[in-house]
Unconditional design. Structure first.
Length: 187
C-alpha cells in the first residue's frame, strides 16, 4: 500500500440518491490504498443510495452535510457522477458552495462523468480544460470550459488542480491522477 496520502482526508460529495456507485467506490478505494481517509459528504447526513446506471445498488452512510462541512478539513474533493446525483447537487446551495470552496481555497478537485454539472452551477469551470460524459459537453462549453474528449484531463490553469474524466471505463486513469494531485495538496 502506498502512503502518499497519509494524514489526508478527502471529501466525496454526493446527493442522497443517484450517484453512480462505481464512480464512488473505485476512487474511494484508491484513496484508502494510498493511505488517505475518504469521507462521504451529502446534502444531509444519512443514507446515500448508489446506482448501477439506473438500477439501485448499495447504500452508504453520509458522514456530514455539505452546509456544515468545512473545506479546511480536507486536502481535496471528489465529485462522482451518475445523472441524478449532480442534478440534485446543483439544486442545493450548500452543496454548490461546498464544491466552490475548494476552488477558492486552491485545493484539488476530481470530477467524473456527469459530475461537472455541480461545477457549472458553482461557476468555476470558465477557462478550464475539462472532459465529461458527452452529453455534458455543451453545458461545460456554455459555462466557459474548454472541453476535450480524453480519458483524463489534469488542468492547473486556475486557482487549483482540476482532474476530470468521462466515464467508468476511465476510472483507472482517473484514480491515478486524483491520487497524484491529492498527494501534492496541503491537508
Amino acid at each position: 500500500m502506498s502512503s502518499s496520502l497519509n494524514g489526508k482526508k478527502i471529501a466525496f460529495l454526493v446527493a442522497p440518491e443517484g450517484v453512480e456507485q462505481v464512480e464512488l467506490t473505485e476512487p474511494w478505494k484508491a484513496i484508502e490504498e494510498a493511505g488517505g481517509t475518504p469521507e462521504l459528504v451529502s446534502t444531509e447526513v444519512g443514507k446515500v443510495q448508489g446506482f448501477n446506471h439506473l438500477t439501485p445498488a448499495d447504500t452508504f452512510e453520509a458522514d456530514k452535510a455539505a452546509d456544515s462541512a468545512s473545506v479546511s478539513d480536507y486536502a481535496g474533493l471528489v465529485l462522482p457522477g451518475g445523472v441524478a446525483n449532480p442534478d440534485n447537487l446543483r439544486m442545493n446551495s450548500g452543496a454548490v458552495a461546498f464544491a466552490k470552496s475548494f476552488f477558492e481555497a486552491g485545493k484539488p478537485v476530481a470530477v467524473i462523468c456527469h459530475g461537472p454539472w455541480t461545477l457549472v452551477e458553482a461557476d468555476v469551470v470558465r477557462g478550464r480544460m475539462m472532459t465529461s460524459w458527452p452529453s455534458v459537453k455543451t453545458d461545460l462549453v456554455n459555462a466557459g470550459a474548454n472541453w476535450v474528449d480524453d480519458e483524463v484531463v489534469e488542468c492547473s490553469r486556475g486557482p487549483n488542480t482540476l482532474i476530470s474524466s468521462r466515464k467508468p471505463d476511465d476510472l483507472p486513469a482517473f484514480c491515478d491522477a486524483l491520487v497524484g494531485a491529492f498527494s501534492k495538496a496541503d491537508s
